[in-house]
Design a protein around this ligand. Structure first.
Ligand code: ZN
Length: 164
């Protein structure tokens, strides 16, 4: 399912996710963007630290990758994320023109708090995109990625549910 370069880069994303500890309440999400075999961005979710509601790992990585390349478009790049990107990050991927999105844990692998109550399905988003040159694949090291987050049936009080 997830071999070679994809596995290698997802492991980097996992390391980034764990860089500030792996307590699930701190939203350990990691994202790596790779272009021509080179990691051009590696970012963790920073919503609480900044604070910035849009500072998801993917958003931060897209910003960093554009800074690194000096380009607004990331054509040919692959974005790796430890968790299925939310609607915002999926749209940002479309706008930034990345060629491929690979994610680890999917929506069904983690607690519902990680996604919008009325989830905009990422796959449908890509399918309906005005671009036909972007691919999305899930399940890369899914089990290891899912272990970073609260499980689907975790009994959490409202306070324990991180505001992502
Ligand atoms: Zn997001």
């Amino acid at each position: 399912m997830c071999v070679g370069a994809d596995e290698t880069y997802m492991r980097v994303a996992l390391e980034v996710a764990r860089s500030k500890g792996s307590d699930p309440s701190t939203s350990p999400l990691g994202c790596v963007i790779v272009l021509d075999g080179e990691v051009i961005a590696a970012e963790r979710n920073q919503t609480q630290e900044l604070p910035d509601a849009t500072a998801h790992a993917e958003m931060m990585a897209i910003r960093r990758a554009c800074e690194t390349t000096g380009e607004m478009e990331l054509r040919g790049a692959t974005l790796y994320s430890t968790l299925q990107p939310c609607g915002m990050c999926t749209m940002a991927s479309i706008w930034s023109k990345v060629g491929r999105v690979v994610y680890g844990a999917g929506r069904e692998d983690v607690h519902p708090m990680y996604f919008e109550a009325k989830h905009v399905d990422t796959l449908a988003f890509i399918g309906d995109a005005y671009r036909d040159d972007i691919e999305i694949e899930g399940g890369c090291l899914a089990e290891e990625c899912a272990s970073l987050y609260y499980s689907p049936d975790a009994d959490l009080s409202a306070d324990e549910q991180a505001n992502l």
